[in-house]
Design a protein around this ligand. Structure first.
Ligand code: CA
Length: 266
């Protein structure tokens, strides 16, 4: 049984290997994966590290930023903390069958589009996947372009996250377009401040642990400076204040942060 995805020789670093990777990934768009882009955030649930590395790179080239987790438990944790434009879900996970995870996602009423990846090619697996709530299905091995095309198709469907807004007080955020509105006016916030705002808006009125910001801001495996979150929260707090937001970020010492609506002074 072949569970291997492209490229055939992922370990190669010579010119030949590199050219091969480029061929596999294709070159659809020139959007840089850098900050400040209106990138769509997807959760990639896949335990094959080589495949993950390829997918992250390929997705970034097409304007997606991917958070990656290697098992169902971590996926559940990420999904509880964050709303994603789409989920790319491998069915063969080390701790739980991907289908069970998918059923629990749908069981919670979460309708985030899910693209299932699997080495299984049988008709019954495909049917089970779709029955469990998958929106689409890709059998390994597949071409990166194909994955991107399927994801884009899912995101064009009505009822998905495109255009969805999170609102608290007079502050709104388009979850996919990444535009922030204060009192109906578009405000330009940098990517990380926007990411912090999104987390706070999703939990409006509830305390968000600091650790959660670290995970979401800098990737689940990244190194975070000890006061980085404070710095970004401080900036965001000032930005909100400067544009007349009716919400304010409160620090809950030793725990995290809380977004609360301020009562008008007069
Ligand atoms: Ca797997």
């Amino acid at each position: 049984m072949t569970v291997v995805a492209p490229p055939r020789h992922p370990g190669e670093h010579g010119n030949r290997g590199r050219r091969e990777v480029r061929t596999v990934l294709g070159s659809r768009r020139s959007i840089a994966p850098g900050e400040g882009q209106a990138s769509m955030r997807v959760l990639l649930v896949e335990d094959n590290a080589e495949l993950v590395a390829l997918l992250v790179k390929g997705l970034a080239r097409s304007g997606f930023s991917a958070d990656t987790v290697g098992n169902a438990a971590d996926a559940a944790y990420s999904l509880a903390a964050m709303r994603y434009a789409a989920i790319v879900l491998d069915l063969g996970l080390p701790d739980q069958d991907g289908l069970s995870l998918l059923r629990s996602i749908r069981g919670r009423g979460d309708s985030t589009p899910v693209l299932v990846l699997t080495a299984r090619d049988g008709v019954s697996d495909r049917v089970n996947g779709l029955r469990a709530g998958a929106d689409d299905y890709l059998v390994k091995p597949f071409a990166m372009d194909e994955l991107v095309a399927r994801l884009q198709a899912l995101l064009r469907r009505p009822g998905n996250l495109l255009g969805r807004e999170l609102t608290f007080g007079n502050v709104s955020l388009e979850t996919v377009g990444r535009r922030v509105f204060v009192d109906g006016t578009v405000r330009v916030f940098p990517a990380r401040e926007t990411a912090i705002l999104e987390i706070l808006l999703r939990r409006g009125g509830n305390v968000v642990p600091k650790r959660l910001f670290e995970d979401q801001l800098f990737g689940l495996s990244g190194d975070v400076g000890s006061n980085a979150v404070e710095v970004y929260v401080h900036r965001l707090r000032k930005m909100l204040q400067d544009c007349g937001a009716t919400v304010k970020i409160h620090t809950v010492r030793g725990v995290g942060y809380l977004l609360a609506e301020e009562k008008a002074a007069a």
